[in-house]
Ligand binder design. Sequence first.
Ligand SMILES: CC(C)(COP(=O)(O)OP(=O)(O)OC[C@H]1O[C@@H](n2cnc3c(N)ncnc32)[C@H](O)[C@@H]1OP(=O)(O)O)[C@@H](O)C(=O)NCCC(=O)NCCS
Length: 176
Amino acid sequence: MSGLLIRPERPADNAAIRVLVAAAFESETEADLVEAIRTSEHYIAEMSLVAELEGELVGHVMISGATLRSRTEERPIVMLAPLAVAPAHQRAGVGSALVRVVTGLADERGEPLVVVEGGPAYYRRFGFEPAYEHGIEITVPDWAPREAGQVLRLSAYDASLTGSVVYPPTFDAFAE
Ligand SMILES: CC(C)(COP(=O)(O)OP(=O)(O)OC[C@H]1O[C@@H](n2cnc3c(N)ncnc32)[C@H](O)[C@@H]1OP(=O)(O)O)[C@@H](O)C(=O)NCCC(=O)NCCS
């Protein structure tokens, strides 16, 4: 999409991000989640991005920290959540651009994988696969298919990365 600028969020964007996330989800819950992540130790500033079109914020995405717990160890991993595009700008490639840039940054940082909970029909195109196929368990809400828990394997991935994804306490208040 021409003219689309993807850049890290800045404090001056916070109010506009709140409006756009609430509009995309038609709920304040995800806007609250964004703010809770931002003030938590799991926030990763360089992977919290906005999409700007002609000076207007039209999209937002966050990758932040989580834990992969196996029987023998806990390893820090990252997850993508939430992803939001302003209603008037949906289905124009903004979400795709945000996912591609933010997962590219995760790869450059040496992250082995990114997990997400979301529609497989959407995330498959970026290379996300059902997490259980790779020995990674993500507990999804009762109404969601098991395939909603997905993983994108990056350059530093190795098959020893198995276990259950544990979200930080920040997410507890938002669990469905
Ligand atoms: C889901 C969302 C982030 C997608 O962003 P977007 O900028 O509209 O998506 P894109 O334009 O990059 O979409 C590209 C493709 O995904 C498809 N798509 C968009 N939303 C989709 C959805 N919810 N499910 C499946 N496919 C979807 C589009 O049809 C398009 O497919 P095509 O290229 O084959 O026509 C955006 O619609 C949104 O903010 N929705 C409300 C919030 C939400 O549900 N967030 C996801 C949380 S996991």
